[in-house]
Design a protein around this ligand. Structure first.
Ligand SMILES: [Cu+2]
Length: 650
C-alpha cells in the first residue's frame, strides 16, 4: 500500500510542482480588496473575541481579556473608544439585538445592556450557564441569533493530549431560548470556533484539524447530527439529547475516511467542505454570509476565516439530493494577526477582529482590528463551481479567452481524501491525478465544463486553472479551488469510493534521503564532532533555542527532538533565505508531505527529516566557513513564520 501511494506521488510530482498555486504578479488581491487598520488607542489590548454593530453603526468588540469596547466611527482616523464592560470570562462571541448585547463567556450566555444610558453596561443577566472543568481549552462560542430569537452556541472540547469532554455538553452545539431553556442540537465537535447561516438559513460550523479531524472543514448542522469527534457522545444519554449514538459505537478505523465511515455508521455526518490543511489554511474560524452585492460578484457565498494563516477564504456551496457540498477558494491574505471574527460594517466593508495569543499566526501583531474594503473593480476569479454527472462546471467572474480556457492543459485536477481516526490530523491519502477528457467553454465565455471520468465520492478535488486567462490576457487572481464531493447528480457515472481502497499508510516520509541530511559520523571526522548540539521543538510552533553560536567550519552533531504534538523539521539555510525557503516548502503543495516539506533549493544547506511527534533525528554537518547569521527554520507549512532561529557562525 505504501509503495502504491509513493508511486503516485512520484509520477505526478513534476506536474504538481510546476502548477503550484502562486498569486501571479499581474493580479493581486490588494488590487481589489484593501486592508485598512482601525486605530486602537495605546494600552487597549484588543484581542478580539467577537464583533457586533448596533443600529447606529457603533462597533462593539469583546476581548479575550474580558472587556467589551464600543467604538464610534471605527473607520475614521480617530475613532472614539469606550470601555463598555469588563470582568467577563474570555468571551469568544458577541451579538447585538434590540438594544442589548449577547455574549458567550466560558461558562454562560449573558445578556448585557446599558439601562441608564451612560454608555457603559450596567445590566448583566445570565441566560443559561454550564459547568467548567477548568481545562484551558474549554472555549465557548456564539451566540448566533436565529430568526425566531433563539440562540446557538458551541462548546469546545478540553485538551488533555487529546480532545476530552470533561464537563457536560462539551463538544456540542446547544440552542438556548431568550428565557434560558436549552436544547442540545448536535454533537461531535472538537474546536467549533466559527458558525453562521447561509442564505437559506442553514447553519454551518467550522472545525479545526486535530484528533479525529483529518483537516479543517465545514459541516452543515441539523438537529441530531453527529459530526465526527466521539468525545461529546459521553452526554448523548442525557435527557433532551437528540443523538442516540454512544462513544462505544465509534471505533478507530484506520482505512476509513469520514465519508466512507458513514456507510458503516449512517449517523455520521461528513463535512460539506474540507479546507486542506496548510494548502488553504490551518485553523478555520468565523463564517459569514455575503448578503449584499457591495463586496464583489460573490453575493450568497460564505466567507470563512483562518486564524493561523491570518486570512479569509471564500466558500461556494450547492445542495445535491439534499446534501450540501462545495468548494473553498483563496480570497484575501495578509491580515496583521490571526483572523478570528468578522462582521459587515454599515458601509458594507468587512471588519475583521484578530488575536494570536496562544494560537500562533502568520500575521505578527498580537491583536487588532482591520477593515477589508472593496474598490468596486471586478476581480477575475472562479466565481462558482457546480458538480455535473461527469465533471465540473466552473464559472468565472469575467469572460475567458476561449481558446486558452478550452484547452485541457490549462487545468490540473487531482483528488484525495483524509483518514478518520483518533490521531491528530491526517495526511493526504489516495492522491490521484484525474485526467481531463475535454473542456467545453460556454458561448458567453463565463464558464467552462470539465469532463472528468471516474469521479470518486467522498474525495476532495483540487482544481487548478493556471492556464485560464480573461480576454485581456490576465490570469485568474486565484486559479485554485478545493471541491468536496458528497453527491453526484443523476446521470451518475461515478465510481463509488471503496473504503477498502483507502491507503492506511501515513503518507508521511519520515526518512528523507538527501545529501544534505547526513545521519552517520562522516568517515573523515577522525576525531569525531567538535560540538554536539541539542535542539528541540516547543509548543506554539517554536524551537526551544533561538540562537546557537558555533565556530566557522566546525564539525557539528545536531540532535533535533520533537516532544510537541505537531510535526516539525529543521532546515539550515543561507543568510536571509528563511522566508524564501518557507514559501518554497508551501509551494510543494500536495506532494510536500512526501518530501518532508524540504524544497529542493540551493538555499537549503542542511536539514533533518520531518519529525512526527515524540521522535528525533541526528544529523552531522560542517558549519559554514563564512562567518554570519545562518537562519534555521521549520518548513512544515504554517510554521516558518514563527519557528526559526539563528546559527551564528563566528
Ligand atoms: Cu514546525
Amino acid at each position: 500500500m505504501l509503495a502504491r501511494l509513493y508511486s503516485f506521488l512520484f509520477l505526478f510530482a513534476i506536474g504538481f510542482t510546476t502548477l503550484s498555486a502562486q498569486v501571479p504578479a499581474l493580479q493581486r488581491e490588494s488590487d481589489y480588496y484593501a486592508i485598512k487598520k482601525v486605530n486602537i488607542p495605546e494600552g487597549v489590548i484588543m484581542e478580539a473575541g467577537g464583533l457586533a454593530f448596533d443600529e447606529d453603526g457603533k462597533l462593539a468588540v469583546c476581548t479575550r481579556r474580558g472587556e467589551i469596547w464600543t467604538i464610534e466611527n471605527p473607520a475614521s482616523a480617530n475613532p472614539t473608544f469606550v470601555r463598555f464592560a469588563h470582568g467577563l470570562h474570555e468571551p469568544l462571541g458577541l451579538a447585538y439585538k434590540d438594544g442589548e448585547y449577547y455574549c458567550t463567556q466560558r461558562a454562560e450566555l449573558t445578556r448585557i445592556a446599558d439601562k441608564n444610558g451612560d454608555g457603559k453596561a450596567d445590566s448583566f443577566r445570565k441566560i443559561y450557564g454550564w459547568p467548567l472543568a477548568g481545562n484551558y481549552h474549554e472555549y465557548s462560542y456564539g451566540p448566533l441569533i436565529m430568526p425566531n430569537g433563539n440562540m446557538m452556541i458551541t462548546l469546545n472540547l478540553g485538551w488533555v493530549g487529546r480532545g476530552a469532554s470533561l464537563s457536560k455538553w462539551r463538544g456540542w452545539m446547544l440552542e438556548v431560548t431568550p428565557e434560558g431553556k436549552m436544547t442540545p442540537v448536535a454533537v461531535g465537535m472538537r474546536s467549533p470556533a466559527g458558525f453562521g447561516a447561509n442564505e437559506a438559513g442553514d447553519i454551518f460550523y467550522t472545525e479545526n484539524q486535530g484528533d479525529w479531524v483529518g483537516s479543517g472543514r465545514m459541516t452543515h448542522i441539523e438537529k441530531g447530527d453527529f459530526v465526527g469527534h466521539p468525545e461529546g457522545l459521553k452526554w448523548s444519554g442525557e435527557p433532551g439529547s437528540p443523538v442516540k449514538l454512544t462513544m462505544a459505537d465509534i471505533t478507530d478505523t484506520l482505512g476509513y475516511s469520514l465519508y466512507s465511515y458513514k456507510e458503516k455508521e449512517p449517523a455520521v455526518k461528513p463535512p460539506s467542505v474540507w479546507f486542506p490543511h496548510t494548502l488553504m489554511g490551518i485553523s478555520t474560524s468565523d463564517v459569514l454570509l455575503i448578503d449584499h452585492d457591495k463586496f464583489g460578484p460573490f453575493k450568497g457565498q460564505l466567507l470563512v476565516g483562518d486564524q493561523g494563516h491570518s486570512k479569509i477564504m471564500r466558500v461556494v456551496q450547492e445542495k445535491v439530493d439534499g446534501v450540501y457540498q462545495g468548494a473553498c477558494i483563496p480570497f484575501r491574505e495578509g491580515f496583521s494577526s490571526g483572523v478570528l471574527r468578522f462582521e459587515w460594517g454599515p458601509d458594507k466593508s468587512l471588519y475583521v477582529g484578530m488575536t494570536n495569543r496562544g494560537w500562533a499566526s502568520t500575521g505578527k501583531s498580537p491583536y487588532g482590528i482591520e477593515r477589508l474594503v472593496y474598490n468596486g473593480k471586478t476581480p477575475f476569479e472562479i466565481r462558482d463551481i457546480n458538480i455535473q454527472s461527469d465533471g465540473f462546471l466552473v464559472h468565472f467572474t469575467e469572460a475567458v479567452d476561449k481558446a486558452k480556457a478550452g484547452d485541457p492543459s490549462a487545468y490540473a485536477v487531482s483528488d484525495f481524501t483524509y483518514l478518520y481516526r483518533h490521531n491528530y490530523g491526517s495526511p493526504v491519502v489516495d492522491l490521484e491525478k484525474r485526467p481531463i477528457q475535454k473542456v467545453e467553454v460556454a458561448e458567453d465565455g463565463l464558464s467552462a465544463r470539465l469532463y472528468i471520468p471516474g469521479l470518486r465520492l467522498g474525495y476532495v478535488y483540487e482544481i487548478k486553472a493556471n492556464g485560464v486567462q480573461n480576454r485581456a490576457g490576465k490570469p485568474l487572481v486565484h486559479p485554485l479551488a478545493y471541491y468536496t464531493l458528497n453527491r453526484i447528480p443523476k446521470g451518475d457515472s461515478a465510481d463509488m469510493a471503496d473504503h477498502s481502497e483507502h491507503n492506511t499508510a501515513d503518507g508521511i516520509n519520515t526518512n528523507i534521503v538527501s545529501p544534505k541530511r547526513i545521519t552517520a559520523v562522516p568517515a573523515s571526522w577522525t576525531n569525531g564532532p567538535d560540538e554536539s548540539i541539542d535542539l528541540g521543538s516547543k509548543a506554539g510552533m517554536l524551537f526551544d533555542k533561538n540562537l546557537i553560536t558555533v565556530k566557522a567550519g566546525s564539525k557539528i552533531r545536531l540532535t533535533f527532538s520533537n516532544p510537541d504534538d505537531m510535526m516539525h523539521n529543521f532546515l539550515l539555510v543561507k543568510p536571509g533565505k528563511a522566508d524564501a525557503v518557507g514559501e518554497q516548502a508551501v509551494a510543494l503543495g500536495l506532494v510536500g508531505q512526501e518530501k518532508g516539506y524540504i524544497p529542493d533549493s540551493d538555499d537549503v544547506l542542511f536539514h533533518t527529516t520531518l519529525l512526527t511527534p515524540n521522535s528525533n533525528d541526528v544529523i552531522f554537518f560542517e558549519a559554514p566557513t563564512q562567518p554570519g547569521d545562518y537562519p534555521y527554520v521549520c518548513t512544515f507549512p504554517g510554521h516558518a513564520a514563527s519557528m526559526r532561529g539563528i546559527l551564528r557562525v563566528e
